[in-house]
Write a protein that binds this ligand. Sequence first.
Ligand SMILES: C[S@@+](CC[C@H](N)C(=O)[O-])C[C@H]1O[C@@H](n2cnc3c(N)ncnc32)[C@H](O)[C@@H]1O
Length: 265
Amino acid sequence: MAEEHSERYGVSDDEADIERVRLAMLSEARDPVTFALLDRVGVADGMHALEVGAGTGSVSAWLAERVGSRGRVMSTDIDLRFHAEMPSNVIVRQHDVTSEKLPSEHFDLVHARAVIQHLPEREDVLARLLEALKPGGAMVVEDGAMLEFAEQSLPEPYRSVHRLIAGASHEEWRDPNAGVRVLGWMRDLGMEGLEVIGDVWTMRPGEPAGEWWFLALERAVPRLVEFGVVSEADGSTLLAQVREPGFAMLSPTSIATVGRKPADG
Ligand SMILES: C[S@@+](CC[C@H](N)C(=O)[O-])C[C@H]1O[C@@H](n2cnc3c(N)ncnc32)[C@H](O)[C@@H]1O
């Protein structure tokens, strides 16, 4: 029987202001690492690139500069409310990567950061992205792994709630450890030149590298209180704990996986 997925990545109008700031923080904290990674993979003048789940579009704008006026970037997201204006060589599309068509064998590079982990159809999505790549083209997927993140030492009550959130099962709509699995999925799809690069960083309140998570927590806690998973008192204590001056915690591991479509098809 087909699996039902009632919950998905989604941002209500009430949550839009927090999501806008959160996505900007994610871009500010992670873009330098992503740009170095993409430079290492190779982004050249004239290339066609696809940015999936682009968020603010900051990676698309960077790619646009690299591919130049002879190149093209397709910047897609299911929700374009937070996407910035783009230069003329970027095509911005509202697009659901789980179900809507992409051009076949069209792109030299496909990149997705912090997207696959939110999609229940993640293995199918990788197959669709592979189909959209030209033979020899590169796929770069950055996703999280929360195994160590879940285990770290934290003050109660934040610790228990953190373990609940970070330790969610991969059978749910969000896979907190998708980053661990992408290499195997790419390998099983017959991709070549596989490579993984992982990194962790320090998350502090008031800094983009921490606030992308603390703001998500601010969004999640009222729901956990509503569903009776967390008491109102614990909810406000833990939100205060992560904002205490001097508070620091380990980030999830960001795992970037790179693979290429075989040149002969
Ligand atoms: C955590 S954000 C990451 C944004 C951006 N990639 C970044 O790293 O800054 C996840 C993004 O995936 C998008 N997304 C979620 N489901 C999607 C789908 N089915 N198709 C395309 N984009 C999707 C969301 O709208 C959101 O912008």
